[in-house]
Ligand binder design. Structure first.
Ligand code: F6R
Length: 256
């Protein structure tokens, strides 16, 4: 796992955009996250596209997760969010996500697994991290081998996400999410974490034991992970100085 500590959210967004752009080409399969963390990445990718420096033509994307029972047209469905924050501003027109309105949720989860597999798998998966250590919506206790399925959000996650809704009571209890095993199948995992509220989860994910109690710790089992954190999110990392030294002295030939 490569841990890169940068000054602030803007620097994190720019660096993660570099990593994502490195994978973008016709035929690429991108894994996209929603929530606040990836927004600086999307802003940066949109700016590069607007400047004529980056085209997503011929690429396609899959979302990590979706609320169950929230109409697709709801402004906070991840179907709506990813279009508003990213897709509508670039030339990426094939985007699939779990259908949280499906009549048969287990069948929809199975369909989504097959769709990802039939696309050839995800080349690069963008991730955020929840304050309780979730990735995707794999809450504490999630099987490290799990596949796309329904999960129940913790109260902590519903409280965290209440800012997107009128009230916490409006935050759905259930979600469809790629499993941790699904996420581990992607070729390159890129996690962005910013702000002090993420410090504890980042430290547990990077330096704690691999445990279902901190689902993001499963990233330790993946051979190609880039984890980009800003200074406030890095305060719990015991080896922060080592990560800084490694990043500053990275051989020129070694790409992200
Ligand atoms: C969203 C997702 C979640 C978020 C996490 C952090 O698609 O999969 O894991 O990345 O809840 O959310 P923010 O970035 O809003 O703090």
């Amino acid at each position: 796992m490569e841990v890169v500590i940068v000054a602030d959210e803007a620097a994190a967004g720019a660096l993660v955009a570099d990593v994502m752009a490195h994978h973008v080409r016709p035929g690429a399969v991108l894994g996209l996250a929603t929530g606040s963390s990836p927004l600086p990445v999307y802003r940066e990718l949109i700016a590069r596209h607007a400047a004529g420096d980056l085209s997503f033509a011929g690429a396609r994307a899959f979302l990590l997760d979706e609320y169950v029972g929230l109409p697709q047209g709801h402004p906070e469905s991840y179907h709506s969010v990813i279009r508003r924050e990213f897709i509508d501003h670039v030339d990426l027109d094939r985007v699939d996500g779990p259908d949280g309105e499906a009549a048969d949720i287990p069948a929809e989860a199975a369909r989504y697994e097959v769709a990802i597999r039939d696309a050839g798998g995800i080349d690069v998966q963008l991730l955020g991290i929840g304050t309780d250590g979730h990735v995707g919506f794999n809450e504490p206790g999630s099987s490290l081998a799990s596949r796309t399925r329904v999960k129940t959000l913790t109260q902590q996650t519903r409280d965290d996400n209440a800012r997107f809704f009128d009230s916490v009571d409006d935050v759905p209890h259930h979600v469809l999410t790629q499993g941790l095993g699904t996420i581990l199948d992607a070729g390159h995992l890129v996690l962005i974490a910013t702000g002090p509220t993420k410090a504890e989860a980042v430290a547990a994910a990077v330096e704690g034991p691999v445990s279902a109690f901190c689902p993001a710790s499963v990233l330790q089992l993946h051979p190609y992970v880039t984890l980009v954190v800003d200074e406030p999110a890095a305060t719990g990392l015991r080896l922060a100085d080592y990560y800084r030294f490694a990043a500053a002295n990275k051989p020129g030939w070694q790409a992200y």
